[in-house]
Design a protein around this ligand. Sequence first.
Ligand code: 5AD
Ligand code: SF4
Length: 469
Amino acid sequence: MELNTIESHGIGAAAEHSAGTDRTAKKVFVKTYGCQMNVYDSQRMTDALVADGYVATDAVEDADLVLLNTCHIREKAAEKVYSELGRIRDMKAERAVAGRELLIGVAGCVAQAEGAEIIRRAPAVDLVIGPQTYHRLPDVLARVRGGEKIVETEYAVEDKFEHLPQPKRAELARRGVTAFLTVQEGCDKFCTFCVVPYTRGSEVSRPVAQIVAEAERLAEAGVREVTLLGQNVNAWHGVGKNGEEWGLGRLLFRLAEIPGLARLRYTTSHPRDMDDELIAAHRDLPALMPYLHLPVQSGSDRILKAMNRRHTARDYLALIERIRAARTDIAMSGDFIVGFPGETEEDFEATLQLVREVNYASAFSFKYSPRPGTPGAEMDAHVSEAVKDERLQRLQALLLRQQQDFGLSLVGKTIGTLIEKPGRQAGQKVGRSPWLQPVIVDDKAGGIGDIIEVRITRTGYNSLFAELV
Ligand code: 5AD
Ligand code: SF4
């Protein structure tokens, strides 16, 4: 999966929202693992449950239903879920003594991949639901409350998004001035290390009208920046009003027309699906932020081939050259895997070389983790943990230097910043740079949702400090 798998726990669902005055309403706590798509899915599941009479809570101890929205991309992600399930099982046992019910649900990619195995390994779990059937959650829960244990991991024939309720405008506004919007799901690329084509299924694009309507709702609720999500988002395609074929570039041009939407982003892309219109969107659309997450995974053609990436290191570098020609201030981000089966020191050196050539503003790098059922797991010449560790450290040291240099290159410059929320310290607010860095500004610099011009004064570990100009 090529969405950044930054840990993103909790969906920030305040206890008060929706039926907050109803003390008898059942409460749901959702914990999110993995990528941005899971964050989005958690919100949509919460919306479905709220429409069904639940209230969302941030406090697990208040919950009548705990839902873990899981990630299967690498080993540790699934293991974390099982240890969390252990803790919740103990809570459920204590509750049973007190005569109060606690339901436990597992959603997301571990649910899809493991199915009934989850209930065998963690019998306290009441329901297992895969990403393609979230719209059935209220029905499934009704059956669970009737005493059934349910595993729902079929790919639904009906359109999930069509059936998921939209949240109220006030709820959208409460979620802040930036939002995710899934436009595409699943993947047909079958990179040999990746479990996504098995957990999220084959590529599906949401229709133009559905996406535009959702973006308009977000904008009306005060959202200023929308990030379009898809495992392979630049493979999104749709059909316009007059029957013409649309690609992601065309969609971005359409979304940029929506009043109030000042910033657009998309993630994550495959190098093979960057077409001319998408590159033109980077050239012609000021709203499209100059930041592109374009994973390459390795700089060695031999490994790229074994990974079934279907491009070479040269292809990738040539593509970036074209993108940079279209938008000179674009900052590149990427994903890397070290220690794929068969990777030699020479292959790894080629990765370091590619990183030096691209000069990334940010990047994510991982040790290869064999995923059951993927071709990579069956390959010979697995690399030892010690070698993976050592390569990861070298790669991350290089990437960190590049990231810091990028931050330093902005000092003294004036940039647009979207004010997102109050800062952790009194007297501060946190904004977002065009290149996704948090920007710390004076509280009085602007209101939440404003886009202001600021001068960068210095860099923090992962952030920028700025003054109003
Ligand atoms: N092992 C290690 N990293 C992986 N990724 C995907 N599958 C694996 C795996 N089996 C990484 C890729 C992808 C990112 C989201 O996670 O770099 O782009
Ligand atoms: Fe996984 Fe490759 Fe598809 Fe990305 S493009 S989701 S890495 S199979």
